[in-house]
Design a protein around this ligand. Structure first.
Ligand SMILES: *Cc1c(COP(=O)(O)O)cnc(C)c1O
Length: 748
């Protein structure tokens, strides 16, 4: 996994993290980052809501919730929307009633301190990036459910990446698009078929403001195409110490059609897609220039933003008068590319006409021919039948590329070997950095309280240190189990509430609504399965033998129950059929009370699930899961993973920290693989998972299960954290890219 060359190297990193923070860096002032000067309680609350720092600080979240718990839930946990329902006077009264003053003041002071300090790790290890930060490009960012500009794993990863960059003090700015309708809201109709609904997000309720240039004026970027001009304005969103810039085409001067260009994530056809990618990549680099930011490193998170490299080349040619080839080499030297897709069909491709329409004017300035441009996106440069692939552009225009787990590294090297026909597979320059998750965002508050009592007092600043997590073995097993149970009860209450609401909206009978209110049982082994409903993820693997499932679910002494959630892409019929199949199990009396489908999977639903289930199930068709991160979130909260040995789990599982499905092999024929894996899944459930869970001592505690929970937490939490991941990127990608060092690719 990590490409800390050795454990010792990691220790050096970990130890620097534990030293105390030094004084503020002179160029960051709190008021510029918080964005408001705060006088009153109301101002302070607004300042807190104005930086997404609050989203990983439970004490601030609790503060907002306490202001009005019901509205907080109804408003999707959006503090700005909540505060707008208060007048300053009413807020003052409410604060007095609840004695909130000291909590508000304390939180506000902590935010001010946070944004004005650069942590030691960043100063020590990433200081050279200070004046030339990393520019991190991604087409989605999942920071919090109240900011719906993500669809799933890729977006949540970007969100966790920038949160950890903020936490470690890595100089980094992020660039993406603002989708005012976001991804879709999911609900199911009476037949269990997915319906998509797009909502208009109210910009004024989001923690964003227009990004301004040196002259104080809001920035607009302009991109010429062969068929007209595209304009985009730029928003600034604050995520702790990181600035996230979001481009938005809804501006005067664009045609009515183009004003909608950035309305939806993954909406529209190939032409919409290339235009979005043009705005994010080329527009993104122009926005940075207008902001006076000159990046030392470009990090392309997935190929979507790879047009950025072409604009960066143009910039260099213009400024330094260099040739195209020289500038290309320079840009590639400081570009880092992360690929996420092990499926060939998953890579964006555009035909020559679309490329010429959208990149023609830029190509003129680069002084290259249409064929030369096309060749940058082709595996075989002169093959006229080959379309332009964004991943190929990313690979060709970056000196350093990486996949997102060890297995995915192998798959990617094999998949792209023909780009380097003169090299053997091991020498294909694609390494891997395994994905991780942002611990403060995904760890339940109750669990955190428990850790607080057993871990060293400064553990929050030492999340990446293995020895910190050994503290879990000092926790009283009964107390760990009790805390887990409290969280499980919260999850079940959440699921019942959501499922009964779903029934009511579909117009089902009062009896059905009432039955949903009583479904699921806290004493039953509870399995969670939630992810995108892509067919390769095989949500229905456990449904392949309904009688065997029946026997498991309805066992008199040792039953199981399963909670499902997930969206299918609007165009994915196969995915929607899977959802239908699972959702309609509720009409089968054998499963009605024990299998639930929660609609509209998002960060909020994910958080509830990973914090409350006993087992997190993941059964993709190997090796198609690039990494997967939801299981890493489950680890933090004491859930045990039951997973195919694919993605992150292949390098995480050690025999005693969770459960494996199968032995990490796959058959050439999918049908054969699926049949075998289903057998392995049932066997694991029947022979390992269920017996271990129900093996209780005289106090009713499953001692061996709890031991496994502790092993999981101590061996995995630090390794699969996004702090470790970002540190890997800094030490092995960003610094070499910024310094122009030529690093031997074998370190990957
Ligand atoms: C974490 C997360 C994901 C990614 O989970 P996988 O394990 O990669 O499927 C997807 N969607 C949401 C909302 C998440 O929070």
């Amino acid at each position: 996994m990590a490409y800390f060359g050795s454990f010792a190297q990691f220790r050096i990193w970990a130890n620097t993290m534990s030293q105390t923070d030094a004084p503020a860096s002179p160029h960051v002032s709190a008021s510029t980052i918080v964005g408001l000067s705060a006088e009153t309680m109301y101002d302070k609350c607004m300042a807190l809501a104005g930086n997404l720092w609050w989203s990983w600080h439970p004490e601030v979240i609790n503060l907002f919730r306490d202001l009005d718990p019901i509205r907080w839930r109804q408003l999707d946990h959006n503090p700005i929307a909540l505060l707008k329902e208060f007048t300053p006077e009413r807020l003052e009264m409410r604060a007095a009633e609840l004695v909130l003053y000291s909590r508000i003041n304390h939180a506000y002071r902590r935010l001010k301190e946070y944004v004005s300090e650069i942590p030691l790790w960043g100063r020590t290890n990433a200081g050279v990036l200070g004046s030339k930060p990393v520019a991190y490009f991604s087409l989605e960012f999942g920071v919090h459910e109240a900011v719906p500009i993500y669809s799933g794993g890729l977006g949540v990863l970007s969100g966790d990446h920038i949160k950890s960059a903020s936490g470690l003090g890595v100089p980094l700015v992020a660039i993406g698009l603002f989708y005012d309708q976001g991804y879709f809201k999911q609900h199911l109709d009476m037949t269990g078929w997915q319906q998509e609904e797009y909502l208009d997000t109210k910009v004024e309720n989001l923690p964003m403001e227009p990004a301004r240039g040196a002259d104080g004026e809001p920035i607009t970027v302009e991109i010429q195409t062969r068929t007209g001009r595209l304009l985009a304005k730029v928003w600034l969103m604050r995520v702790g110490r990181v600035r996230l810039y979001l481009l938005d085409c809804d501006v005067d001067g664009n045609s009515p059609e183009d004003r909608e260009l950035t309305s939806r994530l993954y909406g529209g056809d190939t032409r919409t897609r290339i235009r979005q990618e043009l705005v994010a990549g080329v527009g993104g680099v122009r926005a940075l220039r207008a902001l006076g930011i000159s990046p030392g490193v470009y990090h392309l998170n997935e190929g979507h933003s790879a047009f950025a490299t072409l604009e960066a080349i143009r910039e260099r040619m213009k400024e330094d008068g260099r040739s195209f080839d020289e500038s290309l080499r320079e840009v590639a030297q400081c570009t880092v590319f992360t690929t996420h897709t092990p499926v060939p069909a998953g890579h964006d491709r555009f035909n020559a006409a679309l490329i010429e329409e959208h990149l023609g004017p830029l190509r003129d300035e680069l002084g290259i021919s249409p064929e030369q441009l096309m060749s940058l996106g082709r595996v075989e440069p002169k093959n006229e039948h080959e379309t332009f692939c964004m991943t190929v552009l990313g690979l060709k225009l970056s000196r350093r590329a990486n996949a997102v787990s060890a297995i995915h590294g192998h798959v990617s090297r094999r998949m792209w070997a023909h780009l380097w026909p003169w090299r053997v597979e091991e020498e294909i320059p694609i390494g891997h950095i395994t994905n991780g998750v942002h611990i403060p965002s995904w760890l339940a508050w109750q669990m955190q309280q428990l850790y607080d009592r057993q871990f060293p007092p400064d553990w929050h600043n030492r999340l990446g240190e293995p020895q910190i997590w050994q503290g879990i073995h000092n926790v009283d097993p009964g107390e760990l189990w009790e805390t887990h149970h409290a969280l499980k009860n919260l999850l079940l209450a959440f699921v019942r509430r959501r499922v009964s609401r779903q029934c009511r909206r579909r117009g089902e009978s009062d009896d059905a609504v009432e039955a949903a209110r009583g479904m699921l049982d806290p004493n039953v082994l509870t399995i969670g399965f939630a992810r995108r409903f892509a067919t390769y993820k095989r949500a229905d693997l456990v449904l392949r033998d309904l009688d065997r499932l029946d026997a498991l679910v309805n066992d008199a002494d040792r039953p199981i129950q399963i909670i499902f959630a997930g969206k299918a892409h609007p165009a994915d019929q196969g995915g929607k059929e899977l959802i239908q199949k699972i959702a309609n199990l509720r009409f089968d009396p054998r499963y009605a009370n024990r299998i639930a489908f929660v609609e509209d999977y998002d960060i909020n639903v994910c958080r509830h699930l990973v914090q409350g289930v006993d087992v997190w199930l993941n059964n993709p068709r190997r090796p198609l899961e690039a990494s997967g991160t939801s299981g890493e979130k489950a680890v933090l909260n004491g859930a045990l993973n039951l997973s195919i040995l694919d993605g992150w789990w292949a390098e995480a599982y050690d025999g005693g920290n969770g459960f494996a499905i199968g032995r990490g092999r796959s058959h050439v024929r999918d049908a054969e693989t699926d049949a075998r894996d289903a057998e392995y899944l049932f066997k694991a459930l029947e022979e390992e998972v269920v017996p271990l869970y129900y093996d209780r001592d005289i106090d009713g505690l499953p001692r061996h299960w709890i031991k496994r929970m502790m092993n999981s937490i101590s061996s995995l939490a630090w390794r699969f954290s996004s702090h470790r991941m970002v540190a890997d990127y800094v030490l092995h990608s960003y610094l070499p890219a910024a310094g122009g060092l030529s690093v031997d690719m074998n370190i990957y």
